[in-house]
Design a protein around this ligand. Structure first.
Ligand code: TUI
Length: 311
């Protein structure tokens, strides 16, 4: 197959797993890599020791390529940037900030660098400083998001850069995969549809909440304080927005969300957990092995292509 992303990543499919703090463990990343995608260890809520341990675990469980996602708001980002180099991680993705200052050292170490961008301007800037590809993420995604939709953003970034693009946000089946290719992406990043995999290590209450979610069941906290995060609607979402309107400090609110993400992932707290999920939660209705989720996306893509209206 002549696909720039499979060539760049060395994977069977042009698909990468979203970072997903507290969820993207070494074990889960290995499951995605063994299924032919690029698994990512999400360093977002880890400390350096946990990151190293998860890298070791991932290496033990897969011989396929995998990556690490660095969440740039993590206070140990500098140290983690160095661990990626020391551990010779093949691919790094970044989120929640501008990774330009780390790119020269990562490139010197032969690492493929794929930042997540929410705008044309940041994509152009990061191409200029050496990014190998971009994850272009629309506001349909779960977790921390930008303003623009995948439909509007992906073709505008595709027109503005030469490096390959991976679309993210709003992609859970073969029709959306086909649409991403049509918009100019050479691959996709998915998160929400993997939350309902057998291998996904989230609490069963969180999984059930995704299975039962309808199209309108996500909301965005943090729009006022500047850190928008898409989660399933619940008491925590209402509490957050209330605190925000009362003028709570931005850093406190960020910690409140990260703390409550742990409650969702580990305790299954449906009231006060931050159940991060994208707008596609409403179409993630079955628990399946990761392999089947990924394979059905690609067979569905071919079927959707064959079903396109003729004109
Ligand atoms: O990073 C994500 N999604 C995330 S990170 C996360 S952990 C967290 N939890 C609570 C508060 C904050 C973080 C949960 N989900 N996706 C990639 C992404 N990156 N979305 C948006 C951005 C982004 C935003 C601004 C990337 C760059 C950026 O640049 C600003 C600048 O400095 O130019």
């Amino acid at each position: 197959m002549n696909n720039k992303i499979t060539q760049l990543l060395g994977t069977k499919y042009p698909l990468i797993q979203g970072g997903m703090a507290n969820i993207g463990t070494g074990v889960f990343a290995a499951a995605v890599s063994n299924a032919g995608g690029l698994g990512l260890i999400a360093a977002g809520a880890m400390n350096t020791e946990q990151l190293k341990k998860n890298i070791d675990e991932c290496r033990r469980l897969t011989s396929n390529p995998f990556g690490v996602n660095i969440m740039l708001m993590n206070p140990q980002t500098e140290e983690m940037a160095q661990i990626i180099i020391d551990e010779k991680i093949p691919v790094v993705t970044t989120g929640a900030g501008n990774p330009a200052r780390f790119i020269p050292a990562w490139k010197d170490a032969g690492i493929r660098v794929i930042p997540v961008v929410p705008s044309v301007a940041l994509g152009v800037r990061l191409e200029r400083v050496g990014a190998d590809a971009l994850v272009v993420e629309g506001t349909e995604a779960g977790g921390h998001i930008g303003e623009l939709t995948t439909m509007a953003l992906v073709p505008q970034v595709a027109d503005a850069v030469k490096i390959p693009i991976i679309a993210a946000g709003g992609i859970a089946d073969g029709r959306q995969l086909l649409a991403a290719f049509a918009l100019g992406a050479a691959g996709v990043q998915v998160g929400t549809c993997l939350l309902v995999s057998e291998e996904c290590p989230i609490h069963e209450n969180y999984k059930k909440a995704i299975l039962e979610a309808r199209d309108t069941d996500t909301t965005v906290t943090g729009r006022i304080c500047g850190v928008p995060v898409r989660i399933l609607k619940n008491k925590m979402a209402r509490e957050y927005v209330k605190r925000e309107k009362e003028g709570a400090d931005k850093a406190d609110l960020e910690m409140f969300t990260l703390g409550s993400l742990r409650k969702a992932v580990f305790d299954g707290d449906l009231n006060f957990g931050s159940l991060m999920a994208g707008q596609v939660a409403g179409m993630c209705n079955r628990i399946l092995p990761v392999t089947q989720i990924i394979e059905e996306m690609f067979t569905g893509c071919k079927a959707a292509y064959d079903n396109l209206p003729q004109f």
